[in-house]
Design a protein around this ligand. Structure first.
Ligand code: LP5
Ligand code: MN
Length: 273
């Protein structure tokens, strides 16, 4: 099996952009509830990046915060009799094999072609397709350098936390001056990725703009964007959801909204057409 191909039998649930952390207690509780539901309905669960709000290294599991203990125990309970897969995002690109092993999960590469009952689907976190966001692509270029990650991970956890907080603050400031367009995926990059892997469906997260899109001019390619999770807002509106793959049907589920379901038999299998 190629490292970027994953054959999944049975139902698949995919979620991303949970942003779990000490400042998001209600979102953590919603995720624990979601995992409980997934136990009874999904054979496979893929968490597609930005699982954590800022991951500063696997070694934090040596003395985990209570919220992380709760999440890790729930993930281990799920993976004790289901298949669990973790993909890294731009907030948790430092997730490693140690944590994956800790929760009995498989760590996925930055993109993977899922071979599912609904056909072939290209999946990634999605940040790598935001090519117009040059500041971000520069950031991504440097923080993916193994030597820089090694240098960072050699720092005390307290210093790593301060650096992460600084990066988060820098990011929040930077986004204030960016147009929403450049913080979305570049359609041409999506088409190129789908054609490179002979697939007609992509699932990604990162943009926090959940929807099902045709690509302009390429109506045979469909892009599914995963919901971001946020249950902390004072107005009580909870953001969140997931994509399910059952039989030949893909469904986008968002809290408080109608499910968007599509029978993928028509277009998804480029290889079989
Ligand atoms: O994350 P979000 O949603 O706010 O915005 C993202 C892009 N920003 C990022 C930065 C992350 O939020 C930072 C997470 C910290 C993780 C912990 C590890 C920290 C250091 C590891 C060193 C090996 O991803 C944002 C995009 C937006 O998505 C939409 O796509 O626009 O990109 C930017 O804001 C680009 C900025 O230039 C990022 C500036 C970060 C400051 C870097 C200083 C710290 C580097 C430390 C090096 C040792
Ligand atoms: Mn992201």
């Amino acid at each position: 099996m190629s490292p970027n191909k994953l054959t999944l039998s049975g139902n698949v649930w995919i979620a991303a952009d949970l942003h779990l952390g000490p400042d998001n207690p209600d979102t953590v509780q919603d995720f624990l509830q979601f995992l409980h539901s997934a136990q009874h309905q999904a054979h496979n669960l893929i968490l597609g990046g930005d699982i954590f709000n800022a991951w500063i290294g696997d070694d934090q599991i040596a003395r985990p915060a209570p919220w992380l203990t709760q999440v890790s125990e729930a993930l281990r309970a799920f993976s004790s009799c289901h298949s669990l897969y973790l993909m890294r995002g731009n907030r948790d690109f430092l997730l490693g094999e140690t944590y994956a092993h800790h929760v009995h999960a498989t760590l996925l590469p930055d993109y993977v072609v899922l071979d599912t009952s609904a056909g072939l689907i290209l999946m990634s976190h999605g940040d790598e397709y935001c090519l117009d966001d040059l500041a971000y692509q520069r950031f991504r270029y440097w923080v993916r350098k193994p030597w820089l990650q090694k240098l960072y991970l050699a720092c005390p956890l307290s210093l790593r936390q301060r650096i992460a907080d600084s990066a988060r603050a820098g990011s929040q400031r930077g986004k204030q001056y960016k147009s929403t367009d450049i913080m979305d995926v570049q359609p041409a990059a999506i088409v190129a990725a789908c054609e490179a892997h002979s697939v007609r469906a992509m699932v990604h997260g990162h943009t926090h703009r959940p929807a099902v899109h045709d690509i302009p001019g390429f109506d045979s390619i469909r892009r599914w964007v995963l919901p971001d999770w946020d249950s902390e807002s004072s107005d009580g509106v909870r953001r969140g959801g997931y994509i399910s793959i059952e039989g030949v049907q893909l469904c986008l589920h968002q809290w408080g909204q109608e499910d968007q379901c599509q029978d993928t038999g028509r277009y998804i299998n480029l290889a079989s057409s």
